[in-house]
Design a protein around this ligand. Structure first.
Ligand SMILES: Cc1cc2nc3c(=O)[nH]c(=O)nc-3n(C[C@H](O)[C@H](O)[C@H](O)COP(=O)(O)OP(=O)(O)OC[C@H]3O[C@@H](n4cnc5c(N)ncnc54)[C@H](O)[C@@H]3O)c2cc1C
Length: 465
């Protein structure tokens, strides 16, 4: 250990090698605590390479982490070794306003990127999640997350034009157009090696820079809420809105989210007449006339599917400022993060729209049977090609019985979504096992070969997949 720490100190300086690993051994979820030997905080890609070489020479595991808020235990070190804290790699390297992409390092956060674009390229936007502003833009893309333009453009892995990564032995690799051209304009038309790093949870290499697509910022925008009284109506409306290709974002949260926003934590009850869910809808356009046409079309679709007439979030905020949390992303959903006892977990998944209602009903019933409110977040993705089902539970981490109940229900939820043809994203170790148990043997074999080729000793973020 002394030799390892000394070698790391020579790369990053003594103030960036930390013997106290405790803050990195747990996260907000029910995942059991991990263990590690040392935390190292490099500041440049060259320092990452030097650290990985040291780790490689000694045959040690390495677990990369930025904010550690993936909500699946994915950055908890499972086999000891080095925690690679990437928060100091926080440069926005380039914004290409013509080809509309940004190149960022792992420590760049959503709050930082939004502020940068607003100041330096106000005609462009990135897509933002409900994740806190201090979380990593890169980690969210590598994990195939879902953000507020994912209805139009799909899961965030698809937004990656290319990347630079350090493999387990310290080799530096590049993918995407930037491997050949000085402009990182896209992934086509090369062999698509970027996918080797998407949804792989840090097991194939440490990414040190990534090129991410930006989108033009529309001149006109309204954000709506609309109440739905049953899941069938909500699904019908989301499906129809998605299929017009005319809307930026359409999503859903069930009623417990509304109660928790106003401070309720336990004993939540849905009163008679209260809606089952609220939809959030972003309508944008390049001109006032286009916006008016889209607004009219959306109103008609909601009406046709039995959803209540929408109201503008801007109007609602005047009456109920607390809704500001849901009005603009990125945002801090403190009602989730500050739940008494600090526990937050979920099973999120992508899958076929025609099984969404049945999957939602099954998952909500499982949550209620386990004593948790029926909290669901959903969204059509990629123009309606697939949908999201994400079942959420907040809990007290100090209550062993409740933690065990969360663990059990998350396993059941993972099975339930798989039963409905859905596939968990950002799969926890437990969910990943369930996925691989059901996967085609050819998928399991190919994945094993990829890992064997890139990380034969299984040292890169071990314990995942
Ligand atoms: C309240 C709340 C709401 C959220 N809402 C959303 C949402 O709407 N949509 C969504 O997609 N996500 C959401 N998230 C999940 C998550 O916060 C984001 O996806 C986030 O961007 C992850 O960033 P992080 O810094 O926490 O990553 P970390 O947890 O630090 O890392 C995530 C994973 O990536 C690996 N990793 C990190 N850096 C690298 C690297 N450079 N190279 C290789 N592997 C790496 C880690 O080992 C880990 O496996 C939410 C989280 C919370 C707490």
């Amino acid at each position: 250990m002394g030799g390892l720490a000394q070698a790391l100190v020579e790369v990053v300086g003594p103030e960036h090698v930390q013997r106290d690993v405790t803050p990195f051994l747990t996260d907000v979820t029910e995942a059991p605590p991990g263990h590690a030997d040392v935390v190292v905080r490099p500041a440049t890609a060259d320092e990452v390479v030097a650290v990985i070489r040291i780790v490689h020479e000694r045959g040690l595991p390495v677990t990369p982490v930025v904010a550690g808020y993936n909500v699946a235990g994915l950055a908890i070190p499972r086999r000891g070794g080095v925690v690679l804290d990437l928060t100091r790699l926080d440069r926005i390297i380039e914004v290409d306003r013509e080809s509309m992409y940004v190149v960022v390092e792992p420590g760049v956060t959503f709050g930082q990127l939004k502020a940068h674009l607003d100041a330096e390229a106000p005609e462009l936007v990135y897509a933002y999640p409900f994740a806190p502003p201090f979380t990593s833009v890169m980690a969210n893309a590598l994990l195939d997350g879902l953000n507020n333009l994912s209805l139009r453009h799909g899961a965030m892995g698809l937004w990656i034009n290319g990347l630079e990564a350090v493999l387990a032995d310290g080799t530096v690799v590049r993918t995407g157009a930037g491997a050949v051209s000085d402009v990182w304009f896209g992934r086509a038309p090369l062999p698509d090696l970027t996918g080797l790093f998407v949804s792989t949870q840090g097991t194939t290499g440490v990414v040190t820079r990534i090129a991410l697509q930006l989108q033009p910022k529309p001149e006109h925008r309204v954000r709506w809420f609309a109440f739905a009284h049953d899941l069938g109506a909500a699904h019908g409306a989301m499906r129809a809105l998605a299929r017009t290709g005319s809307f930026d974002d359409v999503g859903l949260m069930t009623w417990p989210a509304g109660k928790m926003l106003f401070g309720a934590t336990r004993g939540l009850v849905r009163d008679d007449g209260e809606p089952m869910a609220f939809l959030f809808i972003d309508v944008t356009a390049a001109s006032a006339a286009e916006l008016a046409a889209r607004v009219e079309m959306a109103r008609q679709i909601l009406h046709d599917h039995g959803v209540e007439p929408p109201f503008e979030v801007a109007d609602l905020l005047k009456l109920v400022p607390k809704y500001a949390k849901l009005a603009e992303l990125p945002t801090t959903l403190d009602f989730l993060l500050d739940f008494p006892g600090g526990g937050l977990s979920w099973v999120g998944s992508y899958g076929p729209g025609d099984r969404w209602v049945a999957g939602a009903e099954k998952g909500l019933a499982l949550l209620e049977e386990a004593g948790f409110p029926p909290f669901l977040v959903a969204r059509p993705m990629a123009g309606g090609h697939y949908f999201v089902l994400r079942f959420v539970a907040c809990f007290d981490k100090a209550d062993a019985e409740e933690v065990e109940r969360v663990r059990t229900v998350m396993g059941r939820l993972a099975d339930a979504v798989l039963d409905h043809g859905y596939v968990p994203y950002k799969a926890s170790a437990d969910a990943a096992r369930r996925v691989l148990d059901r996967a085609h043997p050819g998928f399991v074999d190919l994945w094993a070969r990829v890992r064997q080729a890139l990380d034969p000793d299984g040292r890169m973020n071990p314990g995942r997949w």
